[in-house]
Design a protein around this ligand. Structure first.
Ligand SMILES: [Ca+2]
Ligand SMILES: [Ca+2]
Length: 244
């Protein structure tokens, strides 16, 4: 695809939109609200548009074709199809998050300024510019299927926290890259700098709504504040990080 050299970069447009108070950033559309089950079945992706189309440029590797992104109130979902079948376990897999949608902050690599990245199911902080600033928590990673695949689906908790215990997702608009490396840590394919904006939740929040018909008996006090439990300990692996 040809790009216009005079066209300002996406982040500049976004910044301008924020400064000028535009209701909707130019050239962006909100993401897709979907509840996806990570089971290796893809019918639940119906209606999710292609977020990024990658050329057939990694023969005999793990050659990304189309990337799809969706979200619900709990998770970010990523699906990628391949130009040819490949063994998922024969490669290292990274999802690199430019969480503030600013290439000038975080660790500059893979086409973005990364605040946090996921590698083979482990999450690592990068927001202060280093490659590995420590392991995050609450990732709730899942991916399917494994083995020889023509596509896969994965999820990341929207409540994932970085090594400092702070939320990774700091705003609705962010950018991500998908990166695949061989088992000797040679880069083999990259789907770079894909923008995404969390779609608003279409369903009512969980829990009963207070109403006059269900007033508590005298002596019982209720609090309006949510008491949602914090995200539990992730079961994701913490494999050692290789050179990127
Ligand atoms: Ca599925
Ligand atoms: Ca950044």
């Amino acid at each position: 695809m040809l790009t216009n050299p005079m066209k300002p970069p996406l982040y500049a447009l976004t910044l301008a939109a924020l400064v000028l108070g535009w209701v909707t950033p130019v050239a962006l559309k909100a993401g897709t609200f979907k509840r996806i089950t990570i089971d290796g079945q893809f019918t639940d992706w119906a209606g999710v548009p292609v977020a990024f189309a990658d050329d057939a440029d990694a023969p005999d590797a793990f050659d990304f074709k189309d990337v799809y992104i969706a979200n619900d109130d709990q998770f970010l979902y990523v699906r990628a199809t391949l130009h040819a079948p490949a063994n998922y376990a024969g490669f290292h897999h990274q999802i690199i998050l430019d969480a503030d949608n600013n290439p000038g902050t975080g660790h500059a690599w893979a086409g973005v300024g990364s605040e946090f990245f996921i590698e083979d199911g482990g999450g690592y902080q990068q927001k202060n510019g280093g490659f590995n600033e420590g392991v995050g928590s609450g990732l709730e990673w899942a991916v399917a299927p494994g083995g020889q695949v023509t596509q896969f689906e994965a999820r990341i908790s929207r409540n994932v926290r970085d090594a400092e215990g702070l939320p990774v997702f700091v705003q609705d608009l962010f950018t991500l890259s998908l990166h695949v490396l061989d088992l000797s840590w040679n880069s083999r394919d990259l789907a770079a700098a894909i923008p995404y904006e969390f779609a608003p939740t279409l369903l009512p929040p969980p829990g009963p709504k207070p109403s006059s018909a269900s007033r508590p008996p005298p002596g019982i006090t209720t609090t309006a504040a949510s008491t949602r439990a914090p995200t539990g300990v992730s079961s994701s692996s913490t494999l050692p990080v290789g050179a990127g």
